[in-house]
Design a protein around this ligand. Structure first.
Ligand SMILES: NC(=O)c1ccc[n+]([C@@H]2O[C@H](COP(=O)([O-])OP(=O)(O)OC[C@H]3O[C@@H](n4cnc5c(N)ncnc54)[C@H](OP(=O)(O)O)[C@@H]3O)[C@@H](O)[C@H]2O)c1
Length: 228
């Protein structure tokens, strides 16, 4: 049985990924900021294959505790899913700089820290993969404006993941930043194009079929190759 670690697992795409991987007989280690409030996740934990651990990806101490509690556990798949939009003020007229810094901590720095922190666990797998949930809004090829905190933190995430994919290739670890689609969640809103279940099923397939040839590429939930 493979083991997947999923961050931001209590709602939205993260929760959908937990459900998808449990349905596919994968052991799930779900990180979330407040396990005691994660009622949907706790309900799923009646399935013995799910373990819930406290994890605030922007807090170094809880990240260290999370990594320490996984000592000696082989991790086949790490999904850096936790993310933030980065506040309401993100335009040329009005910018919340603290929220921008927080967006970098959560969206860019945390996926790097967790990937490096779990390297020993990933190396215990015969097929290690790291997926970081990025966004098409971070593509430098796009011409969209506004949402500068979000866009820049995801663009930087893409660069970090592309670099790590090359650096960790000799270790046999596959890494990709992915776009999950425009998904009906608190972040994506009710008018989004696809459901959480659709996105999660697509991401599962992408991860399940990921090969070295696609490692370091920017892929969408349906497998489409995206421009950087
Ligand atoms: N929905 C879309 O259309 C869309 C499109 C492109 C990319 N994405 C990306 O997909 C990922 C998931 O988004 P979503 O739509 O599911 O968003 P969401 O519904 O807003 O959920 C965000 C998740 O991230 C968690 N999180 C935020 N900050 C965290 C922290 N410091 N430590 C741990 N967990 C933290 C949240 O936990 P709390 O409940 O504790 O806040 C929540 O579980 C994000 O990376 C997002 O940028 C989403």
């Amino acid at each position: 049985m493979e083991t997947v670690v999923i961050t931001g697992a209590n709602r939205g795409i993260g929760l959908g990924l937990v459900q998808e991987f449990l349905a596919k007989n994968t052991r799930v280690i779900a990180g979330c900021r407040h396990p005691e409030k994660a009622t949907a996740l706790s309900e799923l934990a009646k399935n013995a294959a799910l373990e819930i651990l406290p994890l605030d990806v922007a807090d170094e101490a809880t990240v260290s505790n999370f990594i320490a509690s996984l000592a000696n556990t082989p991790v086949d798949i790490l999904i850096n899913n936790a993310g933030t939009l980065g506040g309401d003020k993100q335009s040329a007229n009005s910018m919340d700089y603290d929220a921008w810094a927080e967006a970098f901590a959560i969206n860019t720095i945390a996926p790097f820290r967790l990937t490096i922190g779990l390297l020993a666990n990933l190396k215990k797998s015969s097929r290690p993969r790291v997926i970081s949930v990025s966004s098409q809004m971070g593509s430098l090829a796009g011409e969209g404006t506004g949402h500068y905190a979000y866009r820049s933190s995801k663009a930087a995430l893409n660069k970090v993941m592309r670099g790590l994919a090359a650096e960790l290739k000799p270790e046999g670890i596959l890494l990709c930043p992915i776009h999950p689609g425009w998904v009906k969640t608190d972040m994506g809103g009710a008018n989004a194009a696809i459901s959480v279940a659709q996105s999660a099923a697509g991401i599962y397939k992408l991860i399940d079929t990921l090969t070295e040839a696609k490692s370091g590429h920017f892929l969408a939930w349906d497998g489409e190759e995206l421009p950087w």
